[in-house]
Design a protein around this ligand. Structure first.
Ligand code: UTP
Length: 290
């Protein structure tokens, strides 16, 4: 019998240096894909998967994320006075319930593993999800919902993955897998393998379901690649005593932490929208000279 996944951790304390100067004063998680901040898209994914508590690991200059997930009383009143009920309803729909969010500070950007560890007291002794907000998953089914189904079927820890061309495996965390009663058991995890040495072409997509034992490992985790406390290193240790499974996401993934990924996310999400999609298609055709 598996425990229910109720809580999700969103590490949002990174500096976003690949997206300067945009991220000098604005957190990269607040950049918009169409008209929603990137972080809202990812919180939407978690809500669609039944997550009840949203834990943000923030840092300096990220307070605006906290404001985004709060009621803006003056704005609500103005919208109401002007009869903008559709906008008001939209804001209310997007807002997690009072008490369903927690914010904690990482204090120093020591790495993703350290950011996750900062959520240990709020998560407590139960399995939980981690969603990297800069990785947008666009597909028929929200990625985390599929992962929770997999978790309910076979338990263990899960890592979301997607297929990348062999020529790109050196840019990602890659997992090696073997088939185990229809599930993909992870046999190996390698961070950015040298060209030609990757155990598969399954790249880590920034979605995880982890057991709370990961916190005990992170507690004493040494700094790894880039001088940062790496989540992958702690997962490799945990995999010695607990099973890990890969969940392949069938859809498109956009790394909005990179310039090209961000631009393509806006095109892909925009084209899907009923309001702007059709005109966007016409404008893009014009731009491409057709
Ligand atoms: P990234 O390496 O993609 O984010 O970390 P970054 O450090 O913000 O970006 P660059 O490389 O400088 O452009 C993956 C995720 O982990 C979070 C980031 O916010 C991002 O969501 N993170 C990373 C933390 O919360 N704390 C850290 O110390 C490092």
């Amino acid at each position: 019998m598996t425990k229910r996944i109720r809580k999700a951790v969103f590490p949002v304390a990174g500096l976003g240096t690949r997206f300067l100067p945009a991220t000098k004063a604005i957190p990269k998680e607040m950049l918009t894909v169409v008209d929603r901040p990137v972080i809202q898209h990812v919180v939407d994914e978690a809500r669609a998967a039944g997550i009840e508590h949203f834990i943000f690991v923030t840092g300096r200059g990220k307070a605006v994320i906290e404001d985004h997930f709060d009621i803006n009383f003056e704005l609500d009143r103005t919208l109401s006075e002007r009869g903008k009920t559709r906008e008001l309803e939209g804001l209310r729909r997007d807002l997690p319930a009072a008490g369903a969010t927690s914010f904690t500070r990482q204090q120093a950007p020591l790495g993703l593993g350290h950011a996750v560890w900062c959520a240990r007291d709020i998560v407590g002794d139960e399995p939980f999800a981690v969603l990297l907000p800069d990785m947008l998953h666009l597909g028929r089914e929200p990625c985390l919902a599929g992962m929770i189904r997999g978790y309910e079927a076979h338990g263990g820890n899960l890592i979301g993955v997607f297929e990348v061309p062999d020529s790109e495996t050196h840019q990602y965390g890659i997992v090696g897998v073997r088939d185990e009663k229809g599930a993909q058991a992870i046999t190996e995890m390698v961070e950015k393998p040298a060209k030609g040495t990757a155990p598969s072409n399954l790249a880590v997509s920034g979605r995880y379901i982890l057991s709370p034992e990961i916190f005990r490992i992170l507690e004493t985790q040494e700094r790894g690649a880039g001088g940062e406390i790496q989540l992958t290193d702690a997962m490799i240790t945990l995999a010695r005593s607990q099973p890990f499974f890969a969940h392949t996401f069938a859809g498109e993934i956009y790394d909005t932490g990179t310039k090209l990924g961000f631009l393509m996310a806006n095109v892909a999400y925009g084209l899907r929208r009923e309001d702007v999609g059709p005109s966007m298609r016409v404008e893009l055709d014009k731009l491409m000279g057709r």
